[in-house]
Write a protein that binds this ligand. Structure first.
Ligand code: HEM
Length: 475
């Protein structure tokens, strides 16, 4: 390939992007997601920061796989680390590698069989509450409902039956924490402080008398979550049990020298699983309910599959693999609306991507939704077509043209957990009800930390086999 200098990389003024990103959140029609028409790499600068948007899966592949050692997560993670702790999400280099090796088995399929019942119980409770609604015509805010449910599922899997209410108690703090993290990220982008300043602030967060409001708020919330999670860990140590929940697994893993994880690290990983693991899944499910309501044929096929496989019995772990169409609906929904919409990286060693020189210190943005809608890799990209993800076709896609869970070695560790959970939620909620859009409710994607419906998603739940009756929301 002939060498093209960075000066010839298509450039855009950062002003519009910066405004949308920093002040109002990012809409899916923004430049950052579309890039410059016809170009697979776009360079833009704003506030002394140089960023490249990579719109070709080969380029994304290079950053996530081939040249992965030249890229770290973006600089914002340095500050995040001191506020939310050092966990897989915020760690780097050798420490990340060592912990990822130790933690991989915790959320691996074979261990998830033991937390399957813990995942199932909150979903069954949610459906029971729906069933007990007896009003004729009532609506659900599906996004709020899915957020509550996914927090319950991850809380139950983490802390077991005994602590089923912990996630609910922490819930408002967790949601507040995510919103504060959003504001803190925007503040950092807006101020774009030099790296040395980020590191300095990161080093004194615990002792700083005053922090900018969103960072201070995030810190305060994390301390509350911290206390609650510590309480459970200490209680578990005082009353050891054979509980096969994720916390039990985190406490029992050993490194190659036979050493357990330090308790602080257990706490940080548990809190991260809760933060990283619920809103993403909730948004994936919300978008899926939305798309199913717009595509009745796909929905009918899903209902037929669920009825045929589950009938009236309690699902077992093996049933998840028997629901390929249901799982494909979840995967296709994540293609159309990917909850994680951008993968940010910092280049830590000079590199060349597709002939373009990338200097150390540059920001790299992989716009997931743009890759998911590229018609070179997804024919009729705007069409919701779950057949793309049926087992016989799944391997035919470019591995970096579909990145809802990221890619390469930093791929989401909760991916299998999330797919099992989302498939189960879809199947169990569909056994008794179908969900239609509430007429007139505006559905507008909003890209904040995750891509979510800006005004929530108001839906009408209709009891199956009874076209007239609608039910009261549990959410
Ligand atoms: C549909 C649901 C989910 C989506 C869309 C999602 C998406 C992602 C993405 C895109 C990344 C990579 C970020 C990057 O490379 O910059 C990631 C990483 C991560 N996710 Fe998820 N996630 C989901 C569910 C979960 C669940 C259920 C858990 C835990 C129970 C979880 C825990 C994590 C952790 C710890 C990481 C960091 C992994 C590492 O860097 O080694 N996620 N997730």
């Amino acid at each position: 390939m002939s060498a093209v200098t960075a000066a010839r990389t298509p450039r855009v003024s950062g002003v519009r992007v910066a405004q949308q990103t920093l002040l109002h959140g990012l809409r899916t029609d923004s430049l950052l997601i579309r890039g410059v028409e016809g170009s697979d790499i776009t360079k833009f600068t704003f506030n002394r920061r140089t960023a490249y948007v990579l719109k070709h899966p080969d380029y994304a592949d290079h950053v996530l796989h081939g040249a992965v050692d030249r890229y770290h997560k973006s600089i914002e993670y340095e500050l995040l680390r001191t506020v939310v702790g050092v966990s897989l999400f915020t760690d780097e280099d050798e420490s990340w590698r060592r912990h990822r090796m130790i933690l991989n088995p915790v959320l691996a399929k074979r261990h998830l069989t033991s937390v399957f019942d813990l995942m199932l119980a909150p979903i069954e409770r949610f459906v029971e509450r729906l069933k007990h609604g007896n009003s004729d015509r009532l609506e659900i805010d599906m996004t709020a409902g899915m957020t509550e449910l996914t927090l319950d599922v991850v809380g139950s899997a983490l802390f077991g039956h005994g602590m089923a209410d912990l996630a609910r108690r922490i819930g408002p703090d967790v949601t507040d924490g995510l919103r504060a993290a959003e504001r803190a990220t925007r503040l950092l982008l807006l101020a774009n402080p030099p790296v040395w300043l980020v590191r300095l602030v990161a080093g004194i967060v615990d002792r700083a008398p005053m922090l900018p409001p969103p960072i201070g708020r995030l810190h305060q919330i994390m301390r509350t979550i911290d206390r609650m999670v510590w309480d459970v860990i200490h209680d578990r140590q005082e009353h050891p049990s054979d509980a096969e929940d994720v916390l039990g697994l985190l406490l029992s893993v050993r490194d190659e020298e036979g050493e357990p994880l330090p308790l602080r690290r257990v706490r940080d990983e548990a809190a991260t699983f809760m933060l990283a693991g619920h809103e993403t899944t909730a948004n994936a499910l919300s978008w899926m309910w939305y798309l199913l309501a717009l595509n009745p044929d796909a929905r009918e096929r899903m209902l037929a599959e669920v009825d045929g496989v589950l009938r009236d019995r309690r699902p077992c772990f093996e049933d998840v693999a028997r629901l390929p169409w249901t799982a494909a609906c979840v995967q296709e929904a994540m293609r159309v609306y990917s909850p994680a919409w951008v993968l940010p990286r910092t280049c830590v060693e000079d590199d060349v991507i597709g002939g373009h020189r990338i200097k150390r210190g540059s920001t790299i943005l992989i716009p997931i939704n743009s890759l998911h809608h590229d018609e070179r890799f997804w024919p009729d990209p705007e069409v919701f077509d779950p057949t793309r993800f049926l087992p016989e076709r799944i391997k035919s896609h470019h591995r970096s043209a579909y990145l809802p869970f990221g890619g390469g070695r930093r791929v989401c560790i909760g991916k299998t957990f999330a797919m099992i959970e989302a498939t189960l939620v879809t199947a169990l909620m569909s056994r008794s009800f179908v969900y239609d859009l509430k007429p007139g409710h505006p559905v507008v994607p909003e890209a904040t930390l995750t891509l979510r419906p800006r005004h929530g998603l108001k839906m009408i739940a209709r009891r199956r086999g009874d076209g007239a009756a609608t039910i009261e929301a549990a959410a």
